[in-house]
Design a protein around this ligand. Sequence first.
Ligand code: DC
Length: 227
Amino acid sequence: MKKINIAIDGFSSCGKSSTAKVVAKNLGYAYIDTGAMYRGITLYFLEHYINFTDPHGVHEALQKIELKFVPNLQTNQSEIFLNGLNVEEEIRKMYIAEKVSEVAAIVEVRRNMVAQQQRMGKKRGVVMDGRDIGTMVFPDAELKIFMSADVVIRAERRQKELFEKNELVELDKVIDNLKHRDHIDTTRTEGPLRKATDALELDTTFITFDEQVDIIMGLALSKIYLD
Ligand code: DC
């Protein structure tokens, strides 16, 4: 059976990761959460007091970082390890969300991450979600989806996720953080968030999670079997 790469890009908290995870599982593909990689770098930079504006410090730090996705056999989902330590939970916290877009705008960080991501998808059969997958990482992906949703809906979903992890954050603060990240993500010079010309747009404001999955599965299966 033909294997394809699926790129899912879009704004923060549109449901990209949760949708991508299910699609990958259904197809027997690897799921790669590229946002987790930028979050992992951010955690390292914060823990080691790396000055984001010092290119030398950033370069040195990147040489010392190893990011790995390791499957959790209990949940059947892959989790991210930073230099051998499982940081899956830590990187989802608000203090990381507040800094990650700044780190993801650093040119050397992006080039390093894009190169790693391209290696991961070389043999095809991956579902990757992020901001620049369809434009920079896999411009040749067979299926590209660009997800969007109303910012208040996105913030409510994000607030619920944080609450489930025992972090209570006011809705206004979540909205501000999403808008701030959208701004940095869309205006940076290297790999800005942009819909690839051949990506299909999916607005998830008024559709359910299952509907999102069904739409993408339908598109994926037609690419695999009919193209
Ligand atoms: O998808 P996420 O919210 O976990 O992503 C965290 C941040 O990382 C987000 O603000 C933008 C950045 N990011 C990026 O610049 N490029 C990617 N491919 C993935 C994420």
